[in-house]
Each structure stands twice: as C-alpha cells, then as structure tokens.
Design a protein. Structure first.
Length: 369
C-alpha cells in the first residue's frame, strides 16, 4: 500500500548544501585576482555572491520548502505573466540595461541589477507543468495540445532572443522540449520540434557574425588562438595544467588575467586546474548523483504537477551544467551559460536555491510504494 512521506529528502538537501559550499570556496579562489585588479578587493565577487545570492536565496529556499508546492499550480498564470512583463521591461530605457555586455538582459533598480531571464527558467517550468498537468493525454493532439502549449512556452524564448542572449535561449529551449517529453507528447511532434530548433539556431548563427565566430572557434580554435579561439585554448590549457591532482587550491595560474570570465563561465576550468582531474570527475559525479536524486523525487511526487515541476527543475540544472562544462572541455561552443551553484551571479543563485526549496517540498510529500 502506498504511503505519503512526511520527511524531506535529506540526502538531496545535504548534496545541494555541499555543492553550494564548495561553489563559494572555488568562487573565492577563482575570482580573487580579477576582483583585486578591477575593484581593489580580492573578495568583491564572493561578498556580492553572499549578499545578493546566498542570503535572498536562503530566504526563498525556506519559504518554498515550507509552502505546499501545489500553491504554485494555482498561481502559475500570475507567475508566468510576471516573467513576461519583466522580460519586456529590459527594453525600456532607464530600467533595462546591458551592463556593457551587449545584451539587454538586466533590470537596474537603485544601483542593483537583476536578470529576468533567470526568473524565466523557473517561471516557464511552473507554468508548463500546470498546463501539461491539466491537458493530460490531450498533449498528444497536435492542434489542440502540442502546438498551443509550445506557442506559450516559446514566448519567453522569443523575448530573450531579442535581448539577445542565445545561451539562455538554448537552456530554455531544452527546458520546454524536456517538459513536453516528460509530459508525454508524441515522439513525432518532439522530433519535428528538434528539427525546427536546429534550423532556428542555424539562422541565428548566420544573421549574427559574432555567433558564427563562436562556432568557428569551437570547431577550429587553432585558426585564431589570439582571437576568437583564445577562450577555448586558455580553458583547455587550465584544465591540462591541473593534471591528475591539481596545482592546489588558490594556486591557479590561468586565473591571473589569462582565462576570461574566471568568476563566471570559466570557473570549471579553474576548478580543474587547482583541484585536478580526479576531483573534477568527482565533482561531475556529484552533479550526476544530485540530478538522479532529483529525478527520483520527481518520479515519486504525489501528483502530475509535482512530477513535471521536479523533472523540469532537474532538466534545467542538468542542461546548464552540461553546456557550461562542455564549453570548457571543448565539446560545446562557449555561450556564456553559468555553472549552477558555482559561477558568480546573484539572481541565478537565488532562483536556483528557490528551485531546490520546491524540490525539497515535493520530497516531503512523495509517495512511498
């Protein structure tokens, strides 16, 4: 007889806590030289991570871990609407900003910035989970199920393309695709979506020369090692320099103005350089175990909405980890996607910690066979 579990999944919680703590340690080490050069403070980025990521993230985590996740189903339309409004506001002068990155991805209030695209990830997951749970087997109908749900899910994708932020677009597309898959959409419909996604990506690459340059750098970085291939070459050099056991925590060479974005996109390369191949593999195994455990929680959720939300969160974390680490080891193009719980980014960390709170709440109510 099936019974409802009332205890949180402590294994999952401890693994996430360990990942967060380790991420803060690596961030403190990797970001120190760049932080001192630019801001005169070795701990500039770690202080911001704690203040704008960990502290609000802990508040959001505890709120969502204590709140019945089914409340999100009732408020899913409002959440999705707020996401759409925030994504539109980034284009409003005086509110939206590119922070000198070339992409209008931030909202600036009183000198502080937030990135609505990070809210879009969890917002899309919650809204699609609510829609798919309501549709049920109706999602297998192309005209009445699949296409309407897809159209809704792609609204944030289109708005983020306009920023433009192709890295986040790729993650959102995987989230939408993955949720349609676990929502039991037809395989033929998903295959068509995959083909359409590849064609759309090729078009985005063709219309923007800098994206084509990134693709060229990915395919043949040796053609221009001091230009478009520099980032990939330096990342691979950092990973190779670490060897089996690493140079030691704090002893990276590449973080001293050689490797770009050491506090953000490239932090895994610094991790591998300082901690070595064995530890880097252990880190990846930890990620895989966390995602396996998260899928276990989702599978045993007491209802379809919980199953879809839990699965969607793990798809998000796994896709983002794969794209980030893949770029550092040369199997994916560099897209500017951060490594969850490790890379610097207050908004990203806060939302990710909130998502973990949702998973923990689902685990409290999972069904034991």
């Amino acid at each position: 007889m099936a019974t409802t579990n009332k205890k949180a999944d402590h294994t999952l919680l401890l693994c996430f806590c360990g990942l967060l703590l380790f991420g803060l340690i690596i961030l403190a080490s990797a970001s120190a030289p760049f932080a001192y050069t630019k801001f005169g403070d070795n701990y500039f980025f770690i202080k911001r991570q704690l203040l704008f990521g960990v502290l609000p993230g802990m508040m959001l985590f505890f709120i969502l871990a204590k709140t019945d996740y089914r409340v999100l189903q009732k408020t899913s339309l409002a959440i999705f609407g707020a996401v759409i409004v925030s994504l539109i506001l980034v284009f409003v002068p005086g509110i939206g900003s590119n922070l000198n990155t070339g992409a209008n991805s931030w909202l600036v209030f009183a000198g502080n910035s937030i990135q609505p695209a990070e809210f879009a990830k969890i917002g899309v997951i919650i809204f699609l989970a609510a829609v798919l749970a309501k549709k049920g087997d109706g999602i297998r109908s192309l005209k009445e199920g699949f296409l309407p749900v897809l159209a809704i899910g792609l609204i944030p994708v289109v708005l983020i393309i306009l920023q433009p932020d192709i890295g986040t677009v790729s993650i959102l597309f995987v989230i939408v695709f993955g949720m349609l898959f676990i929502g039991k959409a037809k395989g033929t419909h998903l295959a068509g979506l995959a083909v359409a996604g590849i064609i759309a990506l090729l078009i985005l690459v063709v219309v923007a020369p800098y994206r084509a340059n990134r693709l060229i750098a990915f395919l043949q970085p040796e053609l221009d090692p001091s230009g478009i291939g520099y980032h990939i070459d330096q990342a691979e050099l950092a990973i190779g320099s670490g060897g089996i056991l690493g140079l030691g925590l704090g002893h990276s060479i590449q973080k001293f103005q050689y490797l770009p974005e050491v506090h953000a996109d490239s932090i895994f390369a610094v991790l591998a350089e300082e901690m070595g191949f064995i530890f880097a593999i252990a880190f990846i195994i930890l990620l895989l175990f966390i995602y396996y455990r998260g899928l276990f929680v989702a599978k045993h959720a007491p209802d379809e909405f919980g199953r879809l939300v839990g699965g969607g969160i793990i798809i998000w974390f796994a896709a983002q980890s794969f794209v980030n680490i893949g770029a550092m080891v040369g199997i994916m193009p560099v897209t500017g996607v951060p490594l969850p719980f490790v890379s610097h980014g207050g908004t990203s960390l806060m939302i990710a910690m909130g998502a973990v709170g949702i998973l923990i709440n689902i685990s409290k109510q999972r069904i034991n066979a």
